[in-house]
Design a protein around this ligand. Sequence first.
Ligand code: PGA
Length: 249
Amino acid sequence: MRKKLVAGNWKMHGGLQANSALLDRIVESLPSLACDVLVCVPFPYLFQVAERLAGSRLALGAQNVSEHAAGAFTGEVSAPMLAELGCSFVIVGHSERRALYGEGDLLVAAKCKAVLAAGMWPVLCVGETLAEREAGETLAVVARQLRAVIDCVGVASFSRMVVAYEPVWAIGTGMTASPVQAEVVHAAIRRQFAELDSVVAEGLRILYGGSVKPQNAMELFAQPNIDGGLIGGAALVADDFLAICHAAN
Ligand code: PGA
């Protein structure tokens, strides 16, 4: 049985006081939660959040990383830096990075490799746009995005990775994929891995992301190949985030 993982993606939100209030609520609720819980926060808050989480089982993640380990890359943040600050996960290839910052499959793959080399777990995001879905290309797009990373890091590395299926049209739009729509893609992702390595495929956690809310979380998480969620907007509201975590119990 794969243990469910609920990951908050705070995106570019937060503030010292608001973070502290949100974290207090999450940390005090941890004993009642059966799932693994992760918060992926903006770089400037990593130190604050790492201090607050110390000794708890709440995991810390970042939302982006450089593909380089060090060097003259002004404004970039390397994987070893994130590891030193206490991160155990890094979101890689989020659709906002792909669409707004031009990150292609090869760069996403190189970033996954950097995260793995630093001993952390990539949370690799894949997903189709609305136009791609309407053209019937969903499964082909997702398979291509995964293949680029598999080719770069090897299938065995996915025993230390998480995949997040996030249909671009469902992110921040209130338009959730139906549990059946999501499950079709999750099952296809697991099949793609099963063709390469059945043990890796069986252990791989595949999260769903895109307008997950307390109202729809339980039905999504009940699907056989949905192993938790990557939560954006609802991760900023303690009651909502905790309700989603409970739905994964
Ligand atoms: P959302 O974002 O839950 O606000 O749709 C999900 C994500 O982008 O990871």
